[in-house]
Design a protein around this ligand. Structure first.
Ligand code: ADP
Ligand code: MG
Length: 348
């Protein structure tokens, strides 16, 4: 995390260049809202937009996207689709994370007071290993009718992400880290992940550490979510648990997630959905992508603009309660964006 602050970023005249990957589904319209609001608040960011054609079988677009993120240091992304069913064409989202070595994913899960949910006042941070585990993309048919899929857990990546989690807890005044695993069954792979986190926990005596088996964890999350503080897990569990917590807090349209490596950072909606069925209808909740853009502004050090936008979002959702259908409201996407802009101008 310390290295994160040293990331070289394209920076001229106080402005930053950021790679924007709209992706498919609702990605492009959500990016349109971000651009609109950034213009409105005068955020000093210039987007370099890279469109990735989901129907093409080669990875030239993805490679170009990776090149621009390496140049800019920072990206904002929607979910990129991979339409080809050919087994050799692997997920572009996974390729991007792996090639940029963004080994840690962070999802801040904090309740919005204006959104009706079963549980109130939740404040959980999920930290997920983001580049290996079940997403190693190493699948093959060893003999006809027998598929093997490799789950890869390395000591070095387990250590990096565990270190990230404990450092995150320490820097953010968190009290507890819970490692989530299935080491009772996957004794070697999850066993290594769990043992590594236990070893690192000893270096952070001020932070409580416990562990929980993934299945029990899901039950505990929906029943008694307040027991969790920072949660640390491998890739696939992280994907599932992220969606469980997003569901508890109001669904796919609210939270944002952050991908971090030692050199690059990419921000995106927390559940990484494409939202194909709701695209182009002006009903998608724009908040998740706008929250991702706030995370990005914070990361770039543009705290003034991040605060401005955050205040606008909170007022629109929690005070005015301008909510899209996914949150039980009747507002359109553009009405939410307008409410945010109105609140920003009223407060400043
Ligand atoms: P995936 O991309 O994983 O296939 P979907 O795109 O089908 O997932 O999204 C899962 C669900 O979440 C769908 O019901 C979709 O409509 C909903 N969803 C995703 N993003 C949003 C959003 N921004 N606003 C409202 N609903 C959303
Ligand atoms: Mg989809």
């Amino acid at each position: 995390i310390r290295k994160q602050q040293l990331i070289p970023k394209a920076h001229y005249g106080g402005r930053h260049a950021v790679t924007m990957l709209p992706g498919g589904g609702i990605g492009p319209e959500c990016m349109g809202y971000v651009k609109d609001i950034f213009k409105y608040i005068g955020a000093p960011v210039d987007f370099e937009v890279v469109d990735i054609d989901p129907t093409v079988d080669n990875d030239e677009d993805v490679q170009y996207a990776i090149t621009t993120i390496k140049r800019n240091g920072v990206g904002l992304k929607g979910n990129i689709e991979t339409k080809s069913e050919a087994a050799y064409v692997t997920s572009r989202n996974v390729a991007l994370r792996n090639e940029l070595d963004m080994y840690a994913y962070v999802l801040n899960c904090k309740s919005f007071p204006g959104v009706e949910t079963r549980h109130k006042d939740i404040d959980i941070v999920i930290i997920r290993q983001n580049t290996e585990g079940e997403y190693a993309m190493l699948e093959h048919e060893s003999v006809r009718g027998v598929i093997e899929s490799m789950k890869v857990v390395t000591a070095s990546n387990s250590e990096r992400v565990a270190r990230f989690a404990f450092e995150f807890a320490k820097r953010n005044g968190r009290k507890k880290v819970t490692t989530v695993h299935k080491a009772n069954i996957m004794k070697l792979s999850d066993g290594l992940f769990l043992e590594t986190s236990r070893r690192l926990a000893k270096e952070y005596p001020e932070i409580e550490h416990n562990d929980m088996i993934i299945d029990n964890c899901c039950m505990q999350l929906v029943a008694k979510p307040h027991q969790f503080d920072v949660m640390l897990m491998t890739n696939l569990y992280g994907s599932i648990v992220s969606n469980v917590v997003c569901g508890i807090l109001g669904g796919a349209g609210l939270l944002s997630g952050r991908n971090y490596g030692d050199h690059y950072a990419v921000f995106e909606p927390g559940t990484r959905n494409t939202g194909t069925a709701i695209a182009g209808k002006n009903i998608a909740n724009p908040i998740a992508m706008i929250n991702a853009s706030i995370d990005m502004l914070e990361h770039l050090g543009h705290h003034f603009h991040a605060d401005l936008l955050r205040t606008g979002v909170n007022a629109a959702i929690n005070v005015d309660r301008i909510l899209t259908p996914d949150l039980g409201g009747t507002a359109t996407s553009t009405e939410v964006v307008d409410a945010i802009k109105r609140n920003i101008s009223e407060n400043h």
